[in-house]
Write a protein that binds this ligand. Structure first.
Ligand SMILES: Cc1cc2nc3c(=O)[nH]c(=O)nc-3n(C[C@H](O)[C@H](O)[C@H](O)COP(=O)(O)OP(=O)(O)OC[C@H]3O[C@@H](n4cnc5c(N)ncnc54)[C@H](O)[C@@H]3O)c2cc1C
Length: 361
C-alpha cells in the first residue's frame, strides 16, 4: 500500500504551488496536460491550500469530463472536453426530480427522438430539481426516460443538453444559507442533437452510475485540504474567543483533527488503489466519512462561536464564514447520495448483505 506521494509527484506539487502563487491575482484556467490521477489530486490540494476561490466549472471538470472521457465516443470527446478543460463551458447535473432523488431510477423526464430539418434531435419534457449552478451552466447532463413503458433503470438515456435555449427555464431556489446555488429546471420541448446521447439510447443507467462513482469517489480526494483550512479557522476562533479553554471543546477539536488525518490516509489508500485500476471498499466508505465529519465540524464551529453565531452580519442575510459552514455542511450528508443510501451501498457491496427489499425487485 502506498501512503505517501513519490518524489516525482512531490516535484509536480511544487510546480503547481509555484504556478498558483504566480497567477492568483488574475484570471486563470487549467488543464491541457495529460495529468495522472495523483497529479490531479495534488493540483486540487494545492489549489485549496492556496485559498483560491471556488471553481464554477467543477461539475464539468469532475463529473461531465470524466464521464464523457470514459463512456462517450470520439465525437463527444472532441466536442466537449477542451471547452471543459479551458473553463469555456460550464455544466450542471440534471439528475434529481421531485419524485426521484435517492431512487433516481424513478425519473419521469422524457425524451423522444424526432427527425426534422435540423436532423435527428431529442425533444425533452419534464422537470429537474436541486440542480446546482444551473443558472450559470451552458450544458447539462440529463438523465431521462427515452423508452415508453419502461420503469426502473431500463429505458433511461444520458443526454447532453444545451441549457441556453427556449425550451429550458431555470428557477433559483433560495437555501437557508441565503444563497440560491441550486435551482428548479423545466424542460418544455428542449432539444439536443441525437448524437449527444452518452452510451446507447436506453442504456444510460450505467453511465449515470459511473458519474455518481466519480462524484462520490476520486473527485473528492483533495477535499480534505479545504476541510483542513476550515478546521484551522475553527481552531483560530476557539483560541481568539477563549472557547479553546473549554475541555469539551478541546476534545472535539482533537477529534476533528484525528478524523481529518484518517480522511487523508483513506484518500491516499483510495488513490493508491485507483492508480492500479481498482477501487476497494474504502471508496464506498469515503463519502460517508467525509460528509459526517464535515457536518460535525459545522456543529463544532457553532459551539465555538457561541451566541454571536446566530446573528447575521447585515440585513441582507450576510453570514460569517463559520455559521455559513454550519448551514452549508448540513447538505453534505444529502447530495451525491444521502448517508442512509451510502450505508445501504456499504451493506450490499462491501459486506455482501442481501439486497434491500424494493418494490421493483
Ligand atoms: C446542496 C445540494 C446540491 C444538490 N445538487 C444537485 C445537482 O446539482 N443535481 C441533482 O440532480 N441533484 C442535486 N441535489 C439533490 C440530491 O442529489 C438529492 O437531494 C439526494 O439524492 C436525495 O434525494 P431527495 O432529496 O429526493 O431525498 P429522498 O430520496 O426523498 O430521501 C428522503 C430521506 O429518505 C431517506 N431514504 C430514501 N430512500 C432510502 C432507502 N432506500 N433506505 C434508507 N433511507 C432512504 C434518505 O436518506 C433521506 O433521509 C443536491 C442536493 C443538495 C442538498
Amino acid at each position: 500500500m502506498k501512503i505517501r506521494f513519490t518524489p516525482a509527484e512531490e516535484a509536480f506539487r511544487a510546480e503547481c504551488a509555484a504556478w498558483l502563487q504566480e497567477r492568483l491575482d488574475g484570471p486563470f484556467s487549467y488543464g491541457g496536460r495529460d495529468a495522472t490521477l495523483a497529479e490531479q489530486v495534488i493540483f486540487a490540494e494545492e489549489y485549496a491550500r492556496s485559498g483560491a476561490p471556488g471553481r464554477v466549472g467543477h461539475l464539468g471538470t469532475e463529473l461531465a469530463g470524466p464521464t464523457i472521457l470514459h463512456f462517450g465516443d470520439d465525437l463527444q470527446r472532441e466536442r466537449f472536453l477542451l471547452p471543459i478543460a479551458k473553463g469555456e463551458e460550464f455544466w450542471c447535473q440534471g439528475y434529481s426530480e421531485p419524485n426521484a432523488g435517492s431512487d433516481l431510477s424513478n425519473v419521469r423526464t422524457r425524451a423522444r427522438l424526432e427527425h426534422g430539418p435540423q436532423g435527428a434531435e431529442w425533444v425533452i419534457e419534464g422537470q429537474k430539481i436541486w440542480t446546482s449552478l444551473a443558472q450559470f451552466a451552458d450544458w447539462s447532463f440529463v438523465v431521462c426516460r427515452t423508452e415508453e413503458g419502461t420503469s426502473g433503470p431500463a429505458g433511461i438515456s444520458y443526454l447532453l443538453v444545451p441549457m441556453r435555449q427556449k425550451g429550458v427555464t431555470v428557477k433559483p431556489i433560495r437555501q437557508m444559507t441565503g444563497d440560491a446555488e441550486f435551482n428548479e429546471v423545466f424542460f418544455d420541448g428542449a432539444r439536443t442533437k441525437a448524437e449527444h446521447c452518452v452510451g446507447k439510447p436506453g442504456e444510460g443507467w450505467k453511465v449515470a452510475m459511473g458519474t455518481l462513482a466519480f462524484e462520490r469517489g476520486v473527485s473528492t480526494l483533495a477535499q480534505q485540504m479545504t476541510f483542513r483550512n476550515e478546521l484551522e479557522r475553527v481552531v483560530a476562533e476557539a483560541r481568539r474567543n477563549g472557547a479553546a479553554r473549554d475541555p469539551l471543546i478541546r476534545q472535539r477539536l482533537a477529534e476533528a483533527y484525528t478524523g481529518l488525518r484518517i480522511m487523508r490516509y483513506s484518500a491516499l489508500r483510495m488513490l493508491s488503489r485507483a492508480t492500479t485500476g481498482s477501487l476497494g471498499p474504502e471508496a464506498l466508505t469515503y463519502k460517508l466519512h467525509w460528509a459526517t465529519w464535515r457536518k460535525k465540524l459545522g456543529e463544532l464551529a457553532m459551539d465555538v462561536v457561541g451566541a454571536p453565531g446566530e446573528l447575521c452580519r447585515d440585513a441582507g442575510y450576510g453570514l460569517d464564514d463559520l455559521p455559513y459552514l454550519y448551514l452549508m455542511s448540513r447538505s453534505d450528508t444529502i447530495y451525491g447520495g444521502t448517508n442512509q443510501i451510502q450505508r445501504n451501498i456499504i451493506a450490499e457491496r462491501a459486506l455482501g448483505l442481501p439486497k434491500e427489499a424494493r418494490g421493483d425487485r
